[in-house]
Design a protein around this ligand. Structure first.
Ligand SMILES: NC(=O)C[C@H](N)C(=O)O
Length: 556
């Protein structure tokens, strides 16, 4: 995953037109001094392949604004209202696509600047060897910049809008983009918040405006060992940016010589996406026909690893229903398509590029508990991934062999070996003892920020350790009772089951809502889950996993 950030100073920012109370959380926050170096340090871990900074200076005279772009490595972040406006863009890249090394921020001939953390799996058509960030740069560069038509095609030039382009992307994304000719900053994240983007909105007493994939640990913010053990302090400097497409046009015409930026939020323009977010389902109460019992049994069929179709599977003797119902079948196909997109577009599969022999190269790993979500992911991945690649199954335990997840992971491994005997599966056992993880705990506390509950911390530590991939594997593949040897998974792509419980009603409280309010009650609870998943889960998960230079891939 990549890490992106922006710092703005010298511009009076007006956020009064935003539909949410964006300042209440920050009002009592400390006036932190966050330096470019702090941001770079935090982002570098997410994007190990390259790191860059670009600075845009805005000067105004006679109501005209001129812009200058330069490299900049100096510290910043105490806004000085008398000076010119300054915007610093930082981009750290984990590159999975394209054949030429990519260094962010990208700057085009029109002096637009892009930092992008995302994946284009569909919606926009790009060639398979093309880097998606570069493609997006070109596409955004062709958008209208008249400044008055913020959505739809421009009546004057006929060009599309930036909001339309971003609404069309199928895949996770977070973006910061400077459109130079219109002096407009664009930023935002996808409709489910699958990529983290934190914001510090300016307040009356702190004019700093910051965006960042992750919050840096400022020196005065470092948790002491005591804090790590005894509690999680309440940090409110950062908040999760609510999902959406935002623009900030910088102007100097009516402002007594000050540069002024007005932040606006724009609705996604893709109607399917809008329906998805609203969670208005065509059928909430299943028909009795849909509720009939059935026997879903997975068939691997032939080893046709790149075919997206699954077979209809006859039931065991004695059942009256003979096949997986059509909807379940459709769901499996969609999931499989999703795995194919997440495993076929990356150039890193061409092991030759990385100089590693194919049989030693493990490009994808799964965060694995042996539970339903991770088993389905593993079975689907086996169907989509070239059979020569090994697959790492990363399992974390805080209670050695006794933890239920470790036991189910081992059972799951046996099952996978049975259904996919020709694949080499490697169970990576990551054993940890929370009392030994003092500095790691402190680090993860900063990663989960602004999430701050013990549950967030526990999940965050498990995800962070899993994505480190540092554990033990069985010395002998055919005998899992024997000696273990040290192993570190270097897979850059991690498939994760995040979001499955929200979308498939996997939590205990879903059962409670069903008991209390039947199908409508359950639907309400799931809607709530999906509409807050950006705030509660996905940003946090992104930050903990990406910190180890890995790409989190959830099948949403
Ligand atoms: N900018 C990025 O997010 C990286 C790009 N999607 C890649 O895979 O190379």
């Amino acid at each position: 995953m990549c890490g992106i950030a922006l710092t703005v100073s010298g511009i009076r920012i007006n956020i009064s037109s935003l539909p949410f109370d964006s300042t209440s959380l920050n009002r009592q926050s400390e006036n932190l001094l966050i330096s470019l170096d702090d941001l770079k340090e935090a982002l570098r871990r997410r994007g190990p392949d390259s790191l860059g900074v670009k600075k845009v200076t805005l000067q105004h005279n006679e109501k005209q604004i001129s812009s200058f772009i330069e490299h900049d490595e100096t510290l910043l972040c105490s806004a000085n209202e008398d000076s010119n406006g300054e915007l610093h863009f930082i981009g750290a890249t984990l590159q999975l696509r394209g054949t030429v090394p990519l260094v962010q921020p990208l700057v085009d001939a029109s002096r637009n600047i892009l930092v992008y953390n995302g994946e284009i799996f569909g919606g926009l058509q790009l060639a398979s060897d093309c880097n998606d960030a570069e493609f997006l740069m070109q596409t955004l560069g062709n958008c209208c910049s008249c400044g008055s038509c913020l959505t739809g095609n421009c009546v004057k030039c006929g060009k599309g809008s930036i909001t339309d382009v971003l609404s069309t992307i199928k895949g996770p994304w977070a973006i910061i983009y400077w459109q130079d000719s219109s002096r407009t900053l664009w930023f935002g994240r996808d409709a489910f918040g699958r990529r983290s983007l934190l914001v510090h909105w300016p307040t009356e007493d702190d004019s700093t405006f910051l965006l960042s994939s992750v919050s840096p640990v400022a020196p005065d913010q470092q948790a002491t060992e005591n804090e790590a053990h005894n509690g999680i302090e309440n940090r409110s400097y950062w908040e999760e940016l609510p999902c959406g497409v935002y623009s900030m046009h910088v102007d100097a015409s009516n402002s007594n010589g000050f540069l002024v930026g007005e932040v606006q939020i724009h609705e996604y323009t893709n109607s399917t996406l809008k329906e998805l977010i609203k969670w208005e389902r065509i059928s909430v109460v299943p028909s009795s026909e849909n509720l009939q019992t059935f026997c879903p049994k997975f068939s691997r069929g032939q080893q046709d690893v790149h075919s997206a179709s699954l077979e209809t599977v006859p039931c065991e003797a004695g059942s009256t229903q003979n096949s997986i119902p059509m909807r379940a079948h459709m769901l499996l196909n969609v999931l499989k398509e999703s795995v194919i997109r997440r495993t076929s577009l990356y150039t890193i599969y061409q092991a030759v590029i990385s100089g590693i022999k194919q049989e030693k190269f493990v490009p994808v790993a799964i965060l694995f508990s042996g539970g339903l979500d991770s088993m389905i992911l593993a079975a689907l991945l086996d169907q989509c991934l070239d059979p020569t690649y090994e697959i790492d199954l990363l399992t974390v335990s805080f209670d050695g062999e006794l933890a239920p997840d470790r036991k189910s992971a081992k059972t799951g491994l046996k099952e996978l070996k049975r259904v996919a005997p020709s694949r080499r599966w490697r169970l990576v056992e990551i054993d940890a003892d929370l009392s030994d993880l003092v500095s790691e705990t402190s680090h993860v506390m900063s990663l989960i920020n602004p999430a701050n509950t013990y549950m967030d911390l526990n999940i965050g530590i498990a995800l962070w350790l899993a994505s480190c991939g540092d554990g033990w594997v069985s010395a002998d593949d055919n005998d899992d009772t024997h000696a273990r040897i040290k192993y570190k998974s270097n897979a850059r792509i991690l498939l994760v089951g995040s979001g499955a419980d929200e979308q498939c009603a996997g939590y205990g409280r879903h059962r409670t809502s069903f008991r209390r309010g039947s199908w409508l009650g359950l639907d309400e609870e799931m809607k709530l889950d999906m509409q807050r998943i950006w705030k509660r889960n996905l940003g946090r998960d992104d930050r903990c996993i990406a910190d180890n230079g890995k790409e989190i891939s959830i099948l949403g």
